[in-house]
Design a protein around this ligand. Sequence first.
Ligand code: FMN
Length: 378
Amino acid sequence: MSALFSPLSIGALTLPNRVMISPMCQYSGKGGVAQPWHMAQYGRLAMGGAGLVMVEMTSVSAQGLSTHGDLGLWTDEQEEALARIADLIRSLGAVPGIQLGHAGRKASSQRPWHGGKPLSEIDLTERGETPWRIVAPSAVPITPAHPVPAALSLEEIETIKADFVQSSARAMRAGFDLVELHGAHGYLLNQFVSPLSNLRDDAYGGDLAGRTRLPLEICRAVRDRIGPEKGLFIRLSVSDGVDGGQELEQTIEFARALKTAGVDALDCSSGGIVGAANATRLVRGPGYQVPFARALRETVGIPTIAVGLILDGPQAEAVVQDGSADIVAIARAALDDPNWPHHAREAISGRDYSDWPPQAGWWLQNRAALLDRLAAGE
Ligand SMILES: Cc1cc2nc3c(=O)[nH]c(=O)nc-3n(C[C@H](O)[C@H](O)[C@H](O)COP(=O)(O)O)c2cc1C
């Protein structure tokens, strides 16, 4: 019996199995609205057999977009397009979730394949993409080569809180079963938590309690708004992985408060505060972030999600089996093979097409039987 492919009750939700498609920005929206590309992408990922499909980071406001291609969830048109995606994912047997975020000082950037740098006049000339004003907890740029963000006023912080709550309400109306807040990879909530980017001396800065105040207030407010029947996850950079940054010990304290604030699960990632998510001193290798998921699960007693270079079924099975995490999130491996969960199950439990959609499974089962007969020389 596979642990990875057994159902999981988490909060009030039940997932058919413990494979999650990790949120992956497609940078392919228009005006924050999902396009046919997104239907194809989320359709093929949901068809692949994951229990939970997390739609990419979706901004709560125009200010919070990281690029002109990000999805947003602050207009009716954006909500309608996302409702079609939630419906599609559910119709294919997976639970639909959506990651909500605000890019903060990482807003107004080029798409990765255009360079990932701050937007400038060149982008305006070449692609008609206008840069916009970026904000952050403090006027601290990502690196000295990056633009200096405007420090948020208390009034602007209130607006951002309200934006998260409103987008969460829209997500529920659109048919998503859970919201994941993006508190990792150097985006706005991570910028508040990290001492490297938050130099405020008011209630939203200073010690750990001050720096974590905004994410905690947002968690409480979102939980209130979505009610107890829906899921609330948060993705964290458990360690910034840079000197003077947030480390596991502080994240454990933060996680205890998140649990009390009504969070159902912690999605345990790392890095990103001083640039790309891979700008850390953490050594990357298969499953390199799994120890973070394990540490938080054990010390805080909260369900966790492990992510990062989890490559095949047996590796993912071991993560759940040995109690490191409750859910395993897969990103690039699913881009490479959208049927990754089906193949993982086969690698763990042997050939069985009963979980495939019959439109494929019935034929594959017949083909397998034929190949068996041929191999036996019949
Ligand atoms: C194309 C792409 C887009 C991504 N976009 C997001 C995102 O929207 N939100 C997020 O939290 N992580 C994002 N990530 C990070 C992944 O969710 C995941 O944490 C990371 O790729 C490591 O997992 P992997 O080794 O299975 O790919 C993205 C990764 C990729 C490859």
